[in-house]
Design a protein around this ligand. Structure first.
Ligand SMILES: Cc1cc2nc3c(=O)[nH]c(=O)nc-3n(C[C@H](O)[C@H](O)[C@H](O)COP(=O)(O)OP(=O)(O)OC[C@H]3O[C@@H](n4cnc5c(N)ncnc54)[C@H](O)[C@@H]3O)c2cc1C
Length: 549
């Protein structure tokens, strides 16, 4: 063998025997994962590995913002459903992003911080350092609202990676304008900057859309630095199956991950094969889970970190009994009042949901300022399969979402195989308070729907229908027309040592395990009171500081 070739081979063998190690292994290149990979790799002495189960791009060509629902069910979506819910037994679709950008790459692009009371409730519950004022610098650091009038730089960011703004005036949907006027006529306050998290009332929501294009975590955070940082490595099609644990010390230490990489698809319909790999942390390095509110607890449990009894049931040896993993699952449940439109509804140039309102179900309550309902306008009919009503272009919906659900659900493993989809049970309406709050929301939506400003649009109320007015009828309707807002949260909650349900401490370290953190939507102790994405960006921004210091 020629000498040069033999030297090359020896070098390669040596590299294989001493695989590269990383200061940070980030699992899941979704909303939080893209933020962390970018921030952690800013220090060029840190080697960062970002592993993502999905493909590099969500779909080709990436559809215009208004076509976002067409991404659901594609390769960019894990395509899961819940177990049958108490609504007559139907599973509910539970899309989750799969690919660079994760759910931010397939989501609805409404960009609102939860009302400040949501984060303040976390600190009141023991999550010290996670109140609204603590998170404010991180909310600001993620966003760029430059050029938007009526945005106060004291509360809004002007140089973050993510460009956000309300729908531009010339592209606003006429129904959204009429809805906003109708809400004010119905007595609701007009909010100036709903996205700041400081107000209740109705107003133009910020959208993660700039120059007519979706702004997701991959586009904003990752792509600008991809290829420019030798210390950051991104592997797609890489499904992390389990965490590597060293149990020789007093407490287990996470030392890396085991993952498979799917081969390039050779041809249509050909089965994809996968090769097995491990990635290891350098001494003192850490694994950070950003696999989302389903993916992170799933991976912990597949690795033997979770509720002991459940792990035993599915045949997994429990390395640590962490009862809170996969519990405390929360989501915003959505329904609404569907109207036939008296005139054709123009196609949306944005995300179908430009105006939102945060309100209290009981406006007389003075002791609490936290909004518990979110009402909005959708320029299309929002109805479950099988329900009657107008088709697209012929109807609209005043949507109602429950911001502060009492019900709690679970993410559970179906078996010991890490590749088997987990069992997801959000337990919608399991707590009777939730239906009561939602019927109050339907009544408020009806009132706005009958306001003069919507007169030109208003046709028949198709759902629930004017003849359904009593509490029982409205509750039955809510059970039949039930949707998820896809704001899944809470399954690896932050908490204190005395809180048996806490999965991570206030620095996001998994309790009882060294070298392992969770930093995504799953760490919210309670779901925020608006769409979740803006808060996930802030959580990840803060996590990057916690990791770096
Ligand atoms: C259809 C839809 C619409 C939405 N609309 C809005 C909206 O309009 N406004 C809003 O604020 N919020 C919206 N949301 C919610 C918002 O997108 C999420 O709250 C947020 O993106 C969650 O971020 P995350 O980082 O926790 O998880 P994700 O962004 O979901 O990222 C998790 C990533 O981890 C990867 N992963 C999971 N398991 C593994 C594994 N084992 N190995 C490797 N990789 C793995 C996934 O593929 C994914 O890329 C929507 C969500 C969906 C699904």
């Amino acid at each position: 063998m020629p000498e040069k070739q033999s030297q090359r081979q020896q070098r390669k063998q040596k590299q294989d025997a001493t695989p590269e190690t990383y200061e940070y292994i980030v699992v899941g290149a979704g909303t939080a994962g893209c933020v962390l990979a970018r921030r952690l790799s800013e220090d060029r002495t840190h080697r960062v590995l970002l592993l993502e189960a999905g493909r590099p791009v969500p779909a080709e060509p990436v559809p215009a913002p208004a076509a976002w629902p067409s991404l659901l069910g594609t390769a960019a979506d894990w395509g899961g459903t819940t177990v049958p819910q108490n609504t007559g037994g139907s599973p509910i679709p539970w899309p989750r992003g799969r690919g660079l950008g994760g759910s931010s790459a397939i989501g609805g692009m409404t960009f609102l911080r939860g009302h400040r009371s949501g984060c303040d409730a976390w600190t009141a519950g023991g999550a010290k350092g996670w109140g609204y004022d603590d998170l404010l610098p991180y909310f600001k650091r993620s966003e760029n609202v430059t050029g938007v009038r009526r945005r106060d730089p004291a509360s809004r960011g002007t140089d973050g990676p993510l460009r956000v703004a309300p729908a531009a005036r010339r592209h606003r949907h006429p129904l959204a304008q009429a809805f906003l006027a109708a809400a004010v006529q119905a007595g609701h306050p007009r909010a100036c900057d709903l996205a700041a998290g400081l107000e209740t009332g109705f107003g133009w929501a910020d959208l993660a859309i700039a120059d007519g294009a979706r702004q997701d975590a991959a586009r904003a955070y990752l792509r600008p630095v991809l290829g420019e940082r030798a210390n950051m490595r991104v592997i797609t099609d890489a499904f992390v199956q389990r965490l590597l644990l060293d149990e020789t010390g007093t407490s287990p230490r996470c030392t890396g991950v085991a993952y498979t990489v799917a081969d390039e698809t050779p041809a249509e319909d050909a089965p994809r094969h996968a090769s097995s790999h491990t990635a290891r942390c350098s001494p003192g390095g850490e694994v950070v889970l950003t696999a989302g509110a389903v993916g992170s607890p799933r991976l912990l449990m597949s690795s033997g970190l979770g509720p002991r009894e459940h792990l035993q049931d599915v045949g997994i040896t429990a390395h640590l009994d962490l009862p809170g993993v996969g519990c405390n699952l929360q989501d915003h449940v959505v329904s609404g009042v569907v109207h036939r439109s008296a005139r054709p509804v123009p196609e949306s140039e944005n995300n179908h949901a430009e105006v939102q309102g945060l309100m209290r179900s009981d406006p007389r309550a003075t002791t609490c300022t936290a909004p518990d309902l979110q009402l909005g306008i959708a320029d299309l009919p929002v109805r479950a399969a099988g329900l009657p009503g107008p088709g697209p272009g012929a109807g609209y919906t005043i949507t109602v979402a429950l911001l502060s659900p009492y019900s709690r659900g679970t993410v559970r493993l179906a078996d010991a195989d890490p590749a088997t989809p987990p069992s997801i049970d959000p337990c919608y309406y399991a707590d009777h308070h939730d239906l009561g709050l939602m019927t109050a929301g339907l009544r408020a939506a009806r009132e706005i729907g009958m306001a003069p400003a919507l007169a030109l649009w208003r046709g028949e109320e198709e759902l629930p229908g004017r003849d359904i007015a009593d509490e029982e009828g409205l509750r039955a309707y809510l059970r039949s027309n039930l949707h998820s807002a896809h704001d899944y949260a809470g399954t690896c909650a932050i908490g204190t040592d005395t809180d048996a349900g806490a999965v991570v401490d206030t620095e996001l370290r998994v309790r009882g395990v060294d070298g392992l953190r969770v930093a995504d939507a799953s760490v919210m102790p309670t779901i925020v009171s608006a769409n979740a994405e803006a808060t996930v960006y802030a959580i990840a921004e803060r996590a990057s500081d916690l990791l770096a210091h």
